[in-house]
Structures are given as C-alpha cells and as structure tokens.
Write a protein that binds this ligand. Structure first.
Ligand SMILES: Cc1cc2nc3c(=O)[nH]c(=O)nc-3n(C[C@H](O)[C@H](O)[C@H](O)COP(=O)(O)OP(=O)(O)OC[C@H]3O[C@@H](n4cnc5c(N)ncnc54)[C@H](O)[C@@H]3O)c2cc1C
Length: 425
C-alpha cells in the first residue's frame, strides 16, 4: 500500500516510504535516527511550498498535542508542538490567556505556524515565533535539546526553522491576558486606500485590507481592543463573495468594465460589519475554496507602490484571477530567518484558484515583489534559492552554521531544503 501525502491545496504531494506519528519524544528520537531519510515534519500541511515533501519519512506530530503547563502570573503556556491553533485558542482561553494576534485561519499546528513565520496583521504585533520563550527539539541525532529566550541567541537562530533545525516537540509561548476586540469592516476606493495607507494601517491595533480585483475597491478590516459587551459575529460572507467573484470572472473575463460594474453592485450589497467578541472568536475564518498563494514581505513604505503594480499586472494580463489580494502589516523582530527581521513589514498576498496552474501569474508577479526588496513567505509559492535568500537575510551564514550543529548528518535535508539552504548532499 502506498503512502500518499498532500498539502491543503493539492499543489504539493509526496509518496514517502514511511509516514509516522510518534507518541513521545523517545519514539520520535528513534525515528529521527533510523527512519528512511530525508525526515521531514508535517504540521497541518497548509504550506504551499514543498517544505514537507519527502521520499523518505514524513512525521506527523498529531499525537504530541495539548497543554503541558502554564504560568498564570506571566501569561505563559507550554504546549506540545502538534497542537492545532484552534485547540490552542480554547486551551488558552480556559486558563485566562490569549494569543496576542492570529492569522486568517486556526487549522495550522503551532509547530508548523512557527516553522514558516506565520503571521497576522498589526504594526506592533509580531508573528507567532516572536512569542517564543522556550523551545524543546529533537535534533538530527535524535537527542532532546532545550533552548530558552533569556541569554540564549539560539531562540533567534531556530525560532523560524522550516523543519530544518530539529523537530519541535514543546514550546513555551508568551501570551497575554484574554481580551476582547471590536472588529469593523468597510469598503473604500483603492486610490484612497493607497493614498492613506500608512495612516490607516497605523491607526488600529490590527488593520488589513483586501483589494477586490477588477473593482477599484478595497475592503478594510480594523480590530481594536474593547471593553464593550460582546455582540454577535455576523455570518461569514467570504465564501459567498468568492462564488460571486468566480461567477463574474467565468462569464465576463474578457469584458472587464462590465465585470467591474457588476462586482461593484455585489460590493454595495455587502452587509456592514461591526461587532465585539472575545479574541478567539474574531481572527479566524473558514476557508473552503481551495487556492494557491504567493505572499511577499516588503519594507512597509514600499507596500502601496508594489501593490499598485501588482494590480496593474493582474488587471492587464491575468483576467482569470478573482481572489482578493490581501495586504497586512507585521512588526519587526530579531529572528534570523524571519522575513520580518529588523523591519516593519507590509505583506502582500496573491491567490489563484487551486483548479488552475498558479505559476504563470506568480512568476509574473514575483519580479515586482523582488524589485521592492521583498522576502518571500516561507510557506507560500516562491522561486528563490540559497544564493538569492542569503542576500535578504543578514544573519544567513550564522543560521546555517547553527543548522549544521543541530543536524550534522543532514537528516532533515530533502532536495527542496538543499536548494533553499544551499546544502550539498
Ligand atoms: C487557508 C490558508 C490560510 C493561511 N493563512 C495564513 C495567514 O493568515 N498568515 C500566514 O502567515 N500564513 C498563512 N497560511 C500559511 C500557513 O500558515 C503556513 O504555511 C504554515 O506554516 C502552515 O502550518 P502547518 O501546521 O500546516 O505546517 P506545515 O505546512 O505542515 O509545515 C510548515 C513547516 O513547518 C515545519 N514543521 C511543522 N511542524 C514542525 C515541528 N513540530 N517541528 C519542526 N518543524 C515543523 C515543517 O517541516 C515545514 O517546514 C495559510 C495557509 C492556508 C492554506
């Protein structure tokens, strides 16, 4: 019987010799030592790049999940790395803690979210890895090793690790006390959004926007702390909206002005959104329509110019595109392989229906992102290899030295990882 592994969108698949789910660190250590190589760890398979792909072994940490301990005073929680974000939210809420920020979905494993610098939006809010206080890994020799933030640069070296710096088994996260958010959504012309970009993104704890292709309009989403009583979160409109955008694309791809007018009509019918809820009921949405995605992290101030070019490219040359483009901001951090290393970031994400080849669109968009100094999201489609990546990451060589120390026999190095990190195998 063959072992087939596939990512969420179906874009990446693998047929490893072994798929295994160890139940404890001992079993995990044995597998790292003896299972057919290369050994790659899977979270929830929500990356679009072949990070998890292996012909040797794919490890799932689904049995290594849940809370280990917590510190109520410091708002810290130690959890097993296979814990899914949805479960993590509920665990934390029950102990009076909250994640300071979240991305669009809650399906990832915390180990996987950390592995690619998964992020939400907010100029003062870092990606998940910035919450790391301690890390426990099983290294490439199968040995358990512990690292802590205080006085130890190793957390910065291995906090964003792409499954190449050992297998994370437990992490301690710095959380905050539970909180409530007021979330509002409204629509505005993209010209205004681009003109007022810096002020609008900075004016809220968390702000992001979606540009709706071929419409000239953006939907802005702002979340701010609130002490008000909760009000019902309106039913999700994203999936119905996507269906409308897809229908108009299919019928009117070559009539862009009519398509644009009909999209505007649909936007006008969007219900206004303004509600207050506990943090765990606000961030995540249900994403059912499958897509592939590219996201680049740019210097904050370059965001509007790059987006304007991406919009022009899309609307001139890629009429098949209908997914809204997502624009977020992320706080700078000190993690060596973090795309947010030392810079306030504007992240721009483009999406393509999973039923069709995303590469022509993404290959055309990538040079624009690169011209503005973009660093690719590790988990989303990009074409960069070690030589190009090294130029984007000032501490690249030091990170690679740490990798060699953790994995001297290259147990975690698949062909894809070898290209990414410039490793000769
Ligand atoms: C619908 C959808 C929405 C998304 N929304 C966002 C978003 O809002 N923001 C954002 O930044 N990204 C987003 N992403 C991308 C996604 O968050 C990342 O690709 C993330 O890494 C996926 O987590 P995962 O658990 O599925 O990990 P996987 O994709 O399975 O693995 C990711 C990496 O982590 C490594 N890894 C996993 N577990 C461990 C472990 N225990 N120890 C060591 N390494 C490990 C893997 O080897 C791999 O290198 C989205 C993706 C999808 C499909």
């Amino acid at each position: 019987m063959s072992n087939i592994w596939s990512n969420w969108s179906g874009f990446v698949s693998a047929e490893p010799r072994l798929i295994a789910s160890p139940g404890d660190a001992g079993e995990l250590g044995d597998l790292v030592r003896t299972a057919p190589g290369p050994v790659r760890v899977a979270g929830a398979g929500h990356s679009f790049t072949p990070l998890v792909k292996s012909q040797g072994t794919i490890l799932s940490l689904e049995r290594l999940e849940g809370l280990v301990s917590h510190d109520a005073q410091k708002h810290q929680a130690r959890v097993r790395a296979g814990t899914r974000l949805g479960a993590l939210m509920r665990i934390l809420q029950d102990i009076g803690q909250g994640l300071p920020n979240m991305g669009d979905i809650d399906r990832q494993a915390i180990g996987g979210a950390l592995g690619t610098a998964t992020h939400g939006s907010g100029p003062t809010l870092g990606a998940y890895h910035t919450q790391l206080e301690t890390v426990r890994i099983v290294d490439g020799l199968g040995k358990v090793r512990d690292f802590k933030r205080a006085g130890d640069h190793m957390i910065h070296a291995i906090g964003v690790a792409l499954g190449a710096f050992g297998v994370l088994t437990e992490v301690t996260l710095n959380n905050i006390a539970t909180y409530r958010l007021r979330r509002r959504k409204w629509v505005l012309p993209i010209t205004e959004m681009l003109r007022d970009f810096e002020a609008m993104m900075a004016a809220h704890r968390s702000a992001e926007f979606y540009y709706i292709p071929f419409s000239g309009y953006a939907q802005f989403i702002a979340s701010d702390l609130s002490d008000a009583a909760p009000t019902p979160r309106p039913p999700e409109a994203d999936e119905a909206g996507l269906r409308t955008l897809r229908r108009l694309r299919t019928g009117l791809a070559w009539l862009p002005s009519l398509r644009g007018r009909l999209i505007l009509g649909a936007i006008a019918k969007l219900p206004a959104e303004d509600y207050v809820q506990d943090w765990l009921n606000v961030y995540a949405s249900d994403r059912q329509t499958k897509f592939n995605e590219m996201e680049y992290h740019l210097p904050f101030e370059e965001g509007p110019k790059a987006l304007a070019e991406i919009i022009e490219l899309t609307e001139k040359r890629f009429p098949e595109v209908y997914f809204p483009m997502e624009v977020r901001t992320v706080a700078p951090d000190q993690f060596w392989l973090s795309p947010f290393y030392n810079r306030l970031t504007c992240s721009i994400a483009i999406h393509h229906d999973a039923a069709n080849d995303p590469l022509p669109f993404m290959r055309a968009a990538e040079p624009i992102f690169r011209r503005y100094g973009g660093r690719p999201h590790w988990g989303k489609i990009h074409s960069l290899k070690a030589a190009e990546l090294k130029k984007l990451y000032p501490r690249w060589d030091e990170a690679m030295a740490v990798r060699r120390d953790i994995d001297p026999q290259n147990r975690f190095v698949s062909p894809y990882m070898a290209g990414l990190f410039g490793i000769e195998t």
